[in-house]
Write a protein that binds this ligand. Sequence first.
Ligand code: FES
Length: 135
Amino acid sequence: MERKEFVRKVAISSSVLLSAPFLFSACSDDDDDMLDGPVTIDLNDENFSSLQTVGGFAYAGDIIVIRSGENSYTALSKICTHESCTVSYNHSSNQLPCPCHGSVFSTTGAVINGPAQASLKVYPVLKEGNVLIIT
Ligand code: FES
């Protein structure tokens, strides 16, 4: 193999190796937290009437949506990262307790008390008129 050919093969091999982490990261566990598509909530729907009040919360699929302020909403995974029970929301403490083994999460998804080790996934919420769009 000539030197020029050797350098070309090393360059190609290196670029494949350097891009491998990016290729594999596309298949990481983070994808498990991705929504299949946007979740929309019509705030006029009586199933979500609890979101009319600050501090109220509702479930939409695997998401817990919290009316966190006059014009703000927070959406997180409702599935506890310990053993997959459904978390709820306590407005007075502004925390999400899990009824099964006592884990507590903040509204940023962070673990406050275990046994859960991993945070809850937080999803962006956009409000357009009376519709919430969670992505
Ligand atoms: S499932 Fe939530 S603390 Fe165990």
